[in-house]
Design a protein. Sequence first.
Length: 501
Amino acid sequence: MSTAPKTVQSKETPALSEKGLKAGSVGLIGAVVIGVSCIAPAYTLTAALGPTVSEVGVHLPAIFLVGFIPMLLVALGYRELNNAMPDAGTSFTWATRAFGPWIGWMGGWGLIAATIIVLSNLAAVAVDFFYLMLAQIFSNPELADLSKILPLNIATTLVFIAVACLISYRGMETTKGVQYVLVAFQLLVLGWFAVSAFVHVANGTAFDATAISPDWFNPFAVDSFSSFAAGVSLSIFIYWGWDVTLTMNEETKNPEKTPGRAATITVLVIVIIYMTVALATLSFAGVGETGLGAGNPENQSSIFAVLAGPVMGPFAILMSLAILSSSAASLQSTFVSPARTMLAMGHYRAISPKFGKISPTYKSPSFATIAAAIAAAAFYVITRTVSENALWDTITALGMMICFYYGITALACVWFFRAEAFRGARAFFFKFLAPLVGGVILLVMFVKTAMDSMDPEYGSGSSVGGVGLVFVLGMGVILLGVVVMLVMYRLRPEFFKGKVL
């Protein structure tokens, strides 16, 4: 790529540059579909419903709503930043423009690290449900155990990552086409599950029919602040991924408006899906700790694997297919964010310019997409081989990284627009108050999670030198980013001296 990039002018902020991505390839509906896919509602719900119920019981809907609030507030701030600076680097670019290259670089690192880690987890979940699906199709339970054979598990996971990388490499139009099918299917199955659960409740055939109560929506009725904080932390994680709509901003139609609208719509669609399924699950199964109860520890790793049969009968296999398609779809769409963030960082010389390369055929970030796949594959192989606890504790530590880079970006909105924040009611709310409240909430959650995770009992219960493994991994990834940034400072001083961006 040229070192003198073509610039795009914005009324408020000139001199951001085009990177060669295919403009106008994604519309509003396509962006929302990719946003929903990245959040992966079927996969996320089956993993998050049980643990959240164990913390807050029937107040699950209240906690889902509380977690939704900072996500919506931050999404509004993202929208304002995108309106002023539509750039594929999103958090990296915006935080650099607001706070300077050092904080901007770490904002980009937080996004890349979180998405690379979750890519490996999504691939692992897809593999587990792939073999479970085979077991159900052939009525052979032993096939499900194939995922426990480490060499076969790793090989299959690498195949899933490679296929997702290939689809993403082929650009947004291929990505969008695949996502329409996979997202539509998982939403159809989730709707089927919810309706079937409510029918069982109405017919008196539910496991533990529980009437919906207004108290379920009262966050102040949660027993303790620790349970409340743990529940909110989980609920923040389940909304994560909507910002993928912003990283596509240079490829959308009407890039100043479409990505921000897509982000807001995505968050609203997701909260409706989550609330519907949560209410259906609680109404059908209750929160008891025995049998099919949502509070049963044995059900918490995958609540739908337990409830799909009793709720959907012979069509339960559709839920396995939905979770497989959800994790596979999210695996593919999640490649969009780290690839485009690395593209921007390479383009603006914050890392090697190789990351700024664009495929001449598909107009996608070629080098960055392949690099993301290699990093995700390497992370999975190393952590899965060394310790399964290390893999799952790193996933738990994701919450810290999510709050870290979302919080930085939200406050970047406040600081960037500080001169115009009080020019009217709209500017005050969208450019100052909403991102300020959302950013502060997330940074408080970051500190709270970091403090709690120092306890060796947090997560898997593993520790290093008496300090919880979740804290060591979470802060270790952030500190690794600092080390890499210092190396880049030596190799790419022009970015850190403000000469490029």
